[in-house]
Design a protein around this ligand. Sequence first.
Ligand code: NAI
Length: 336
Amino acid sequence: MRYRVTLIEGDGIGPEVTGATCRILEAAGAPVEWERVTAGERAFAEGGHPLPEAVIESLRRNRVGLKGPLGTPKGSGYRSANVQLRQKLQLFVGWRPVRSLPGIASRYSDVDVVVLRENTEGLYAGIEHQIRDDTVVSLKLSSRGAATRIARWAFEYARNHGRRKITVCHKKSVLPLGDGAFVDAFFEVGQDYPFMAQEEASLDQISMSLAEDPSQFDVLLLENLYGDILSDLCAGLVGGLGVVPGANVGHEVALFEAVHGTAPDIAGRGIADPLAVLLSGCLMVEWMGAHDVGRRVRDAIDVVLEAGQVRTGDLGGTANTEEFAQAIIDAMEGRP
Ligand code: NAI
């Protein structure tokens, strides 16, 4: 049985890193067939729109996608295709598992935190008004429905993935209504999961504790802006955005993607690090139930990183994208 997966190569380094990822997943025996569609700057140049309807249709049909980074066409007047994808497909969960990797220098070696970010509300609703010449009001949207929806997803995720504890993040001291409702919804849903440890902590408290000792956290549940910031902070604990996978998930569609951008400074040179998209690809095949394929690729990544001989420039090495991809395929096939 093979599954059709929507593939958006993306802009800048996107085709290079997704190309390497597809090659490795295919070598690992991933049961997928790619349906290629174009979004972002390339789609804008070709057809005048960064998110053609064909992309949305393909994702709705296949329900799973892998995406390279997308650039926002300058001066086009369009909102980012990434934001549009999340809104049109109601990809309400930003899912970023952050784990230490062998041989990657960072402050901690035992990080294993999953960051879950509410993707659709908060300040990203984009509600701003100029109320006086020198004054703007930027509104933060918080609905009980969205808070309950992501809380339910978080508990189901934690239960199905063997996690122990969920910490909900807030700034209730200054936003007792909005953030208060986010926390209340979390504990209300949590009553259905009495076997899961559940706690609340303020944004400032979590930020300090993450820097001091990230091992005290397991799953973090955050509204949009806090999630945006703390997910990058967590990435920084294990070596940065280049080594962290991600996905945006809704009830109908799951779109797997790296969190880094199009890296225009190195695009087209074949030297980009494919690791973040590759790890996102591992998450994707595991999500589809092909755990053996994900494990095979992850083990090979660990072997290559631990040996430290073949690395791309961002990790202090001299290998290019294809050499790194080949090293992983060789490790999977038992070649030194
Ligand atoms: P960026 O992540 O593209 O680049 C920041 C730095 O990291 C650059 O020095 C780049 O060379 C390096 N870098 C990023 N990914 C790398 C990789 N895989 N291997 C080696 N080095 C890597 O961020 P920037 O410059 O802020 O954004 C560039 C474009 O990407 C913008 O148009 C932005 O809108 C878009 N972007 C798209 C995202 C997405 O589609 N999810 C996320 C972030 C930015």
